[in-house]
Ligand binder design. Structure first.
Ligand code: DX5
Ligand code: ZN
Length: 217
């Protein structure tokens, strides 16, 4: 079963409530929220107050992707703000702080995931998989929507999928960046089961049709 997670980075922030309602009624599974600090990535997006407002507006599953440095400082606040899943980068903190952030999210009763940038090999995240609900493979350099899918990430997705199967783990495998009707068949084939799509959903007039097309491609 393939899950679709529209990224609000490509939504209209002046019409965010309506955009969210459209993807919710359009059959989206998760709502992907991209948080950027201008340090870990060369862009600044949205943060805790927006997650709180979104939480009040919808009961959708909120998948919060933190592209921030030293995420252990903020994971608890994102849980309190209403995240259902908090994902942060394996490159963004020291191993002991990653482990403590994982524990903090669990103690808040929320799901937890780790993300890997394109240049980071799968081997860096494999030791954490048994502790996670989800692993996110970036298929573009994090920071901006609308970039071109990096085909050379497919072997990394396959490696992580094999490790999940081999060790009978329940960890979901999410991909993020450049996902559309053309690239979706490749990531599904490689083993991804949660597909983030920003521009490919929100640039379309009919969001429900876009979600269906990416899921079924
Ligand atoms: C990029 C973000 C993505 C972004 C994807 O750093 O993590 O979630 O919104 O946008 P598209 O689907 O347009 O590549
Ligand atoms: Zn993202």
């Amino acid at each position: 079963m393939i899950k679709l997670a529209p990224s609000i980075l490509s939504a209209d922030f002046c019409a965010l409530g309506e955009d969210i309602t459209e993807v919710q009624t359009g059959g989206a599974d998760y709502l992907h929220v991209d948080v950027m600090d201008g340090v870990f990535v060369p862009n600044i997006s949205i943060g805790i107050p927006v997650v709180k407002s979104v939480r009040k507006h919808t009961d959708m599953f909120l998948d919060v992707h933190l592209m921030i440095t030293k995420p252990h400082r903020y994971v608890e606040e994102f849980c309190r703000a209403g995240a259902d899943l908090v994902v942060f980068h394996v490159e963004a903190d020291e191993p002991q702080d990653l482990l403590s952030a994982i524990e903090t999210v669990r103690a808040c009763g929320k799901k937890v995931g780790l993300a890997v940038k394109p240049k980071t090999p799968a081997e860096v995240v494999l030791p954490y998989l048994s502790l996670l609900d989800l692993v996110l493979v970036m298929t573009v350099e994090p920071g901006f929507g609308g970039q071109k899918f990096m085909e050379d990430m497919l072997p990394k997705i396959q490696t992580i999928r094999s490790h999940i199967e081999h060790n009978h783990l329940t960890c979901e495998l999410e991909v993020d960046g450049g996902i559309d009707v053309h690239t979706s068949p490749f990531v599904k084939e490689a083993g991804a089961n949660v597909l983030v799509a920003g521009s490919a959903v929100f640039r379309e007039e009919d969001r429900a049709a876009a979600i269906r097309a990416i899921r079924e491609a």
